[in-house]
Design a protein around this ligand. Sequence first.
Ligand SMILES: [Fe+2]
Length: 262
Amino acid sequence: MPTTTAATSAAAPPAPDSQERITAEITAAHAATAPGAAQPRIDFPPYRSSALRHPTKDPRHADPEGIELVAPVFGHSDIDPVEADLTIQHGGEPIGERMLLTGRVLDGDGRPVRHQLVEIWQANAGGRYIHKRDQHPAPIDPNFTGVGRCLTDGDGTYRFTTIKPGPYPWRNHVNAWRPAHIHFSLFGTEFTQRLITQMYFPGDPLFALDPIYQSITDRPARERLVASYDHDLTTHEWATGYRWDIVLTGTHATPLERAEHE
Ligand SMILES: [Fe+2]
């Protein structure tokens, strides 16, 4: 009956977008953006959920000293050195490619940012997070939680031992897969200086297809999120090595997220 047909039609969800459409939108968005935009576009249409997640009003300015009165604090004694090794947090060895990850945190003048908290979180080798919202059919590794933290040393250097994460699917569009990545959070000298970003691995075939990575419209800026394979850091019969520096300010600053990302 016509009434039933109309009701069914109104209730049908819209067809999911294709990769072809997302890729075309990425290309168009890049073409419409002036070169040199080093930070992610927070309202990047191919990244569908950014439409509702990005702020639409100017940020409310707060007094950093006032926030310090109620913000979490930590001291050197709160960070155990074993927290920098994500492969020893359980009773057995996690599955996957063991890797060493190191780099320096620098300010815009190349000076080391010393004794700063660096936190990472990531999927396991199968691309699975231990999180109730991650229900895609890849195995949870009982020996891998995917969370670590450390302090930079006097040279601004951080060091982690972990497992190389796998790519994982997400629901932005049909056949959407995130390039393998590790999430980073850095605390500065004040709580309001917290910076969040993602580190990627060289040569990932998913880069061109990923609207989160491509929300940084400037190619050199995007490439600053990609670690380098370091054969001198690679350890015989133990682990591969990757190196990634983080620059907090200036023209070569590491692109940083201003909203929660997948
Ligand atoms: Fe992620």
